[in-house]
Design a protein around this ligand. Structure first.
Ligand code: HEC
Ligand code: HEC
Length: 205
């Protein structure tokens, strides 16, 4: 009897330890103040508030924390390949990533602009896609205003530098950036389609 109680006691104890461990991992919520101090390293390229000054560096301001976390982890584990970001992400713990994501997601994105002669084609692709070419409507996932969906990890696109979005769409098309949904969306897009829709989302507010 005594040994049976000991066994039950041990089982209970280990169950409690396991439960406490997994809740500690899941429960960490990013802290924006911590993120702000950790973001000093990022500011030179992405801007202090995540509004980068030039199109070489994507804007991070107002981006969903869910997406910022998932893409920083992808740079860290190499599933998203970029030499510069691989170096920065390698130095980040899960907690750093959560703090940085909390900080940048809380910043206000600066507005961008659309090139007037690209609006018509860009808007058509964004809202309706092109069924003849097999291109899905962007709005179905990224939302009518380009705000994305945090819970589904659909990134916000609005106000992003057109040149950055263009590079990413080409990387999805050519398979340099792997993501099953976006590889499928981009595979039938021409350079002109990509340029138009990248410009269009840059002008969304
Ligand atoms: C030396 C310049 C530089 C620094 C410093 C830098 N980055 Fe970047 N970052 C880049 C470039 C360039 C890209 C675009 C890479 C690509 O095409 O995948 C990028 C992309 C990103 C992205 C992806 C954005 C998106 O919309 O998918 C995130 C998130 C990011 N950086 C976060 C950070 C954080 C957090 C830090 C600081 C810890 C940081 N970066 C420091 C240059 C930099
Ligand atoms: C089925 C859902 C879906 C559709 C439709 C879709 N996207 Fe996406 N998009 C995603 C997801 C999910 C990601 C994040 C992928 C990743 O982590 O690499 C993404 C990422 C992107 C990115 C990279 C964002 C960044 O900050 O690096 C761009 C640009 C983009 N999409 C543009 C478009 C455009 C333009 C269209 C329409 C032609 C479109 N998407 C249609 C789901 C979708």
């Amino acid at each position: 009897m005594k040994s049976l109680i000991t066994v039950i006691g041990l089982t209970l104890a280990s169950t409690i330890v396991v439960a406490a461990d997994s809740s500690a991992t899941a429960a960490y919520v990013g802290n924006a103040d911590q993120g702000k101090s950790k973001s000093v390293t990022c500011a030179g390229c992405h801007g202090a508030d995540g509004n980068s000054a030039v199109a070489d560096y994507p804007k991070l301001s107002g981006q969903h924390a869910t997406y910022l976390q998932s893409t920083l982890k992808a740079y860290r584990d190499g599933s998203r390949a970029n030499a510069i970001m691989a170096g920065f992400a390698a130095a980040l713990s899960d907690e750093d990533i959560a703090d940085l994501a909390a900080y940048f997601s809380a910043q206000t994105p600066s507005t961008g602009a659309v090139e007037a002669d690209l609006v018509a084609r860009g808007q058509q692709l964004y809202r309706f896609g092109d069924s003849a070419k097999g291109i899905s409507a962007c709005a179905a996932c990224h939302g009518p205003t380009g705000a994305g969906v945090a819970s589904a990890v659909f990134p916000s696109l609005k106000g992003q530098w057109a040149a950055y979005s263009e590079t990413q769409l080409k990387a999805y098309r050519d398979g340099q950036r792997q993501h099953v949904m976006m590889n499928g969306v981009a595979k039938n897009m021409s350079d002109a389609d990509i340029k138009a829709v990248a410009s269009y989302v840059g002008g969304l507010q």
